[in-house]
Design a protein around this ligand. Structure first.
Ligand code: DI6
Ligand code: FE
Length: 397
């Protein structure tokens, strides 16, 4: 296929904007891109789609979601509106643990069906690659069930899925007060089995007073590295636990949330090239007031990604373009940073080198937007100006 008359945001250097551009595809790869005037003759005979000046960007990448889970937590939303905090709800056995109860009761097929609705919503905002975490099973079998459900999503929808093992998300009631035993008896065994079954792309954990300390997590991250799996971490979301620096010491792909990130954490991330994944949906939902240190991350040259954190508790947000809007308005990212955050930098947060930009040999995952400038994607609130997606070289709408 040959796409012509496009406004192209290649995301190769900033927006990498090219007007009157063409993109030639070869199977599921990009073969050529540049100004139409420079189109090599070999591509001019291909099946042509004239996009009539519309904006084309790389397919968006949502690099942090909990899209596989059962149930919802609208009752907690009401409790928070009456003054209860996220931590209070978690400590009284609600929060993540209420989703654990619902997820344990669901079958793999049910979890897949629940996820597909959410995946449809993400795709409608332009997502072509999504990361999905486990973390609501908290037994070996239930964690594997979540990962298997996530891995089945691409059989049903035109989207790429990367799966992250997040057994260290919360301490289940049967291990209350025994985080180290939970890590050695559930988290590590589920990691080993999941890796043996080829179900895991990365390992994540929740480092927080209501979850795990860096000391609890050290054996899990050591095991991940022994298995050759990259790590990432929910760090400094509600308090500064030194999580980002701990993650960076383990060569983490990303540290995520980061509202309470310290200067030392920023320096550690900058030194290892760890991506800062910012999650404005959780900030918004929890009415957090501590802003992540965006200006300092920018000054230190830490790449920033933006994701939905789609989950039933702290971020029931299923639009990646709305996450971009929130990142700009709440956190003062520029629209260019927001789009880099859902393309090139999101790919990096997942360790992917074959997508997130428009350039020869990369995957032909693209979005065609009813927009003429990329800033429009962040500027609109809850609008989905998506015209069509191209997934693996095929027009999938
Ligand atoms: N931080 C979050 O924002 C999500 N997980 C985490 O560690 C919330 C998950 C939930 O509340 O269900
Ligand atoms: Fe999360």
């Amino acid at each position: 296929m040959l796409l012509t008359h496009a406004t192209l945001a290649t995301m190769t250097a900033g927006y990498g904007l090219i007007r009157d551009a063409a993109v030639a595809l070869d199977g599921d790869r990009i073969a050529w891109t540049g100004p139409m005037a420079d189109l090599p003759a070999e591509h001019s005979g291909q099946t042509t789609l004239n996009v009539q000046g519309r904006l084309i960007t790389p397919g968006l990448i949502d690099c942090h979601t909990h899209a596989v889970h059962a149930g919802h937590r609208a009752a907690e939303f009401e409790m928070r509106l009456q003054g209860a905090s996220y931590e209070e709800i978690a400590r009284s056995g609600g929060g993540i643990l209420s989703t654990v109860t619902a997820t344990r009761a669901a079958s793999e097929a049910e979890l897949l069906a629940f996820a597909l609705t959410r995946i449809d919503q993400l795709m409608a905002s332009g997502v072509t690659t999504v990361e999905v975490k486990s973390g609501y099973g908290l037994t070996v079998e239930d964690e594997l069930k979540m990962l298997r459900a996530a891995r089945r999503i691409p059989d049903r929808k035109p989207i790429n899925v990367l799966t992250t093992h997040l057994a260290a998300h919360a301490i289940p009631p049967e291990y209350k007060g025994k985080p180290k035993a939970y890590i050695s008896e559930v988290a590590i065994p589920s990691l080993r089995t999941g890796q043996a079954e080829g179900l895991i792309d990365a390992v994540d954990a929740f480092c927080e007073t209501i979850a795990f300390s860096t000391e609890d997590l050290a054996p899990l991250f050591a095991e991940a590295r022994a298995l050759g799996l990259p790590v990432k971490l929910h760090a400094e979301q509600l308090s500064d636990q030194g999580g980002a620096a701990f993650a960076a010491r383990h060569g983490a792909l990303s540290a995520d949330h980061l509202e309470y990130l310290s200067p030392e954490g920023i320096a550690a991330m900058a030194a290892t090239g760890t991506v800062a994944v910012i999650l404005p949906g959780a900030f918004y939902t929890l009415r957090e007031t501590q802003l992540p240190p965006i200006a300092a991350l920018r000054a230190a040259g830490v790449p920033m990604a933006v994701a939905t954190d789609l989950n039933p508790g702290s971020s029931p947000l299923a639009s990646l373009t709305l996450a971009m809007n929130m990142a700009c308005t709440l956190f003062r990212l520029t629209p260019e940073e927001a789009l880099l955050g859902t393309t090139a930098h999101a790919a990096r947060a997942l360790g992917l080198k074959d997508r997130g930009r428009i350039a020869p040999s990369l995957r032909a995952d693209l979005c065609i937007w009813d927009a003429d400038h990329p800033a429009e994607l962040s500027y609109r609130i809850g609008a989905t100006p998506l015209h069509a997606r191209i997934f693996g070289g095929l027009l999938v709408a």
